[in-house]
Write a protein that binds this ligand. Structure first.
Ligand SMILES: Cc1ncc(COP(=O)(O)O)c(C=O)c1O
Length: 391
């Protein structure tokens, strides 16, 4: 079996080449490289897909988190609760604007922030009396939405901003007990996503977006993303030279918007279903492999499968298994190798104090297998068989 990619962007391009090429060529012909009409068209398309009033595009998913927190006035003296098992940005952004990330353990079955650990972390911060509990960054890790029905009431009780970091979760959804479906990026008070190429909906460079129903917060985000420009006259081309607050330069360029508009119809109509098929096939092949834990998608949740992540048994030699799979032409990755609270950047700070045994175990046992909508059934079977043999 040859040419198995961890995430196959070439096969995707071959499938949707005409739409992508046409959109790229139109942007080049128009020479409207920054803030061209495709950017607003994309924002409107994604806002209506997600079911929120505003989508504000920006340069990447990291900036999206920072802008969202800045718009809510999060800063020095504030505690922001972040899962210990996530990509660095989720905790880097609160720290970069002066707040203190407080790392919270995750549910080992779903990999997402655990309600009981969140409560104890918030209570601990309150009892220490040093920081003001301000926000939760709830990550939709590996594509599965965070546990909305248990995390939202905690945020309400402690008056915490609920920021959904849906960098990996775009396209996923949560159906509540009344049977109402809510798309990822609509599950927090504000939500952010990333269009990094390997993400469920990825562009051909860096890109990101913020989603909110709050008109005022949306205006603030638009202002912060363009050097704190005047929010009263956003469509005035001179507004960006009237800077009423400190912001940043964080725009999604028109070419990336064109690429995303080209990909979006296939993403929503075909790719989500195909990637869910791949995930269920993996789970079918791997469900009774001794010592292997397969990912769990909770009732009511629909994952966009940014990753298919299994857990090996604690004593397993993970790097030997990776080497064997590599020799069979199967690329694997480890997300994530280190708990956030043990990252050197937080060493010696309050953020390094965390009690996260689940995360510590996951970091030494997880293994991510290739997953994307263009993986064939026979490739999935081949990977599953080789993994079984390697174990
Ligand atoms: C959970 C999470 N949050 C934030 C980001 C940051 O996105 P970007 O790479 O677009 O800055 C990522 C990217 O990997 C991520 O996985």
């Amino acid at each position: 079996m040859s040419n198995i990619q961890f995430r196959d962007l070439q096969r995707q391009y071959d499938y949707i080449k005409d739409a992508i090429d046409a959109n790229i060529s139109n942007v080049i012909k128009s020479a409207h490289f920054i803030s061209g009409p495709e950017v607003r068209e994309l924002e409107n398309t994604l806002a209506s897909y997600v079911g929120v009033k505003h989508c504000i595009s920006c340069a990447n998913g990291t900036d999206a988190i920072s802008i969202a927190l800045m718009a809510h006035g999060v800063g020095t003296g504030d505690a922001v609760f972040v899962p210990d098992f996530t990509f660095f940005s989720s905790g880097e952004c609160p720290a970069a604007i002066g707040a203190t990330p407080v790392f919270v353990d995750v549910d080992p079955a779903t990999y997402n922030i655990a309600a009981s650990s969140l409560i104890s972390s918030v209570e601990k911060v309150i009892s220490e009396g040093q920081l003001t509990p301000k926000a939760v960054v709830a990550v939709d890790l590996f594509g599965q939405p965070f546990d909305v029905s248990s995390i939202r009431p905690i945020c309400e009780k402690y008056n915490l901003l609920l920021l959904e970091d849906a960098a990996q979760g775009f396209g996923g959804s949560y159906t509540d007990e009344q049977g109402q479906k809510h798309m990822a990026c609509s599950l927090g008070d504000i939500a952010t996503t990333s269009f990094f190429p390997a993400k469920p909906l990825g562009c051909y460079g860096d890109g990101g977006a913020i989603f909110t129903n709050d008109d005022n917060i949306a205006l603030l985000c638009r202002s912060i993303a363009v050097h704190g420009k005047d929010t009263q006259n956003l469509d005035d081309p001179n507004a960006k030279y009237n800077n009423i607050r400190l912001g940043m330069n964080s725009r999604l360029d028109t070419l990336q918007a064109g690429v995303l508009l080209g990909k979006f119809p296939v993403f929503k109509d075909e790719e989500l279903e195909k990637v869910n098929h791949v995930a269920s096939l993996y789970s079918e092949f791997l469900k009774d492999v001794n010592g292997l834990i397969i990912p769990v998608v909770n009732e009511g949740m629909y994952s966009s499968w940014a990753q298919y992540t299994v857990q090996l048994s604690e004593g397993a030699d993970r790097s030997a298994i990776q080497k064997k799979l590599k020799a069979d032409g199967i690329p694997t990755n480890i997300y994530y190798i280190k708990p956030m609270h043990l990252q050197g950047a937080f060493s010696g700070t309050r953020s390094a104090e965390a009690d996260c045994p689940n995360t510590e175990r996951l970091c030494s046992t997880v293994l991510c297998l290739p997953i994307h909508p263009y993986l064939s059934d026979s490739e999935v079977q081949f990977i599953a068989e080789k993994l079984r043999a390697a174990l």
